[in-house]
Ligand binder design. Structure first.
Ligand SMILES: Cc1ncc(COP(=O)(O)O)c(C=O)c1O
Length: 376
């Protein structure tokens, strides 16, 4: 079996699961890791505890390989939102973000602005289609802007932002802060364009909650001040007692307390599996599934609001059916898991999504398309 086949064999979620953009059912390897690490922690033996503590460095290394860059620049966080808080609470000037971004971006920026007492002003981008394109940013850009915070892949439409082009537009004097929750591990991107990248392990990496991470480049570490930091973020080795050391010059300045080693083990395992299988192959398999889903929707005349070009999308297909509630009910009745929000239904397949799930989706869409309009 190839490494990719081995990877596919770690998927064993129920048939009909098309909700990977919300939650990734844990892989069999992550589950094995949890049980093994929990047993080690239960013994209390110093060598066993030390072994589990090594998961932190292993997770940093695995994430560094997915994002590119040094393991030392990776911090482990309880969630991606925690990573965004570390980045945004130290920003000044005008900071751009889409008003319809996932609230981890928009609400955090608003709170950081309130805490700054006038030093940080949000500059909201409100493009009609919600897409943070290079043109949308260029239109609102001026000399007061110090940073852009953007989702690499939009959680609603699946629109994939053009990071290298945004970097070029912003120039070296502004920070590019990227929420890569919907892309890490499934989009073969060059994250070097970003100064800060945050993500987590509980969707596409199939590693469960508590597995956030954030990478801070040297430029980000230099410019983000003051730091929102804690006892693990100081320049002093060990525990600073009766001493108030400066923040660490490393990315660890953006951490609060000791990481959850069980979560680190899950993240190391989930990210490691992806690295071994190959992000490019995973991306290609997901793109095939997305093509199929778009084709099935087209066949029934259901509007697709996600981009159709492979390079501008990832694993999310947003549908805008004429009768969203009826289609959502049809999916639920068929045992198909998706996310329904207002008039939009979001479907998200993964590389391991099987033919049985695609067939079930096709049958359900056919039945939806063929049943007469009812208005009871
Ligand atoms: C784009 C995006 N950012 C952030 C989050 C929230 O991540 P976390 O729970 O790690 O804070 C989500 C969750 O769905 C998301 O889709």
């Amino acid at each position: 079996m190839s490494a990719f086949d081995d990877y596919l064999a770690t998927f064993d979620e129920e048939q009909g699961y098309l909700n990977w953009a919300a939650f990734g059912p844990l892989s069999s390897s992550v589950r094995d890791e949890v049980f093994a690490d929990a047993d080690l922690l239960a013994s209390g033996r110093p060598s066993s505890l030390a072994l589990v503590a090594e998961r932190v460095a292993q997770a940093q290394q695995a994430v560094a390989e997915l994002l590119g860059g040094d393991a030392a620049d990776i911090t482990l966080q309880p969630s991606s939102t925690h990573g965004l808080m570390h980045a945004m609470f130290g920003l000044r000037g005008h900071v751009m973000a889409g008003s319809a971004e996932f609230p981890s971006v928009s609400l955090t920026l608003e709170r950081a602005s309130a805490a700054s007492r006038g030093a940080l002003t949000p500059r909201w981008l409100t493009p009609d289609d919600g897409r943070i394109t290079v043109d949308a940013v260029a239109e609102a850009l001026d000399d007061d802007v110090t940073a852009l915070v953007v989702s690499h892949v939009d959680f609603r439409t699946g629109y994939r932002a053009d990071l290298p082009a945004l970097r070029e537009l912003l120039g070296p004097q502004r920070l590019l802060i990227v929420d890569a929750v919907q892309s890490v591990g499934v989009v073969d991107a060059d994250y070097a364009a970003a100064d800060v990248v945050v993500g987590h392990g509980y969707k596409w990496l199939r590693a469960g909650r508590g597995s956030g991470f954030a990478r801070f480049s040297a430029t980000a570490r230099e410019r983000i001040a003051p730091v929102l930091s804690g006892i693990t973020g100081s320049a002093a080795p060990g525990l600073p007692v009766d001493d108030l050391p400066a923040p660490s010059p490393s990315a660890q300045a953006f951490t609060v307390s000791g990481p959850d080693t069980l979560a680190a083990g899950r993240l190391a395992s989930g990210a490691g599996d992806v690295r071994t299988a190959g992000v490019a192959d995973i991306e290609a398999r997901i793109a095939d599934h997305v093509d199929t889903i778009i084709e099935l929707a087209d066949r029934q005349g259901i509007a697709v609001t996600s981009p159709r070009e492979r390079e501008r999308r990832a694993g999310i297909v947003a549908l805008a059916p004429a009768e969203p509630a009826r289609l959502a009910a049809a999916f639920a009745n068929a045992g198909i898991s998706i996310t329904a929000r207002g008039a939009s239904l979001r479907l998200a397949p993964h590389a391991g999504t099987g033919q049985a799930t695609i067939d079930l989706l096709a049958q359900t869409l056919d039945a939806y398309g063929n049943s007469p309009f009812t208005n009871l």
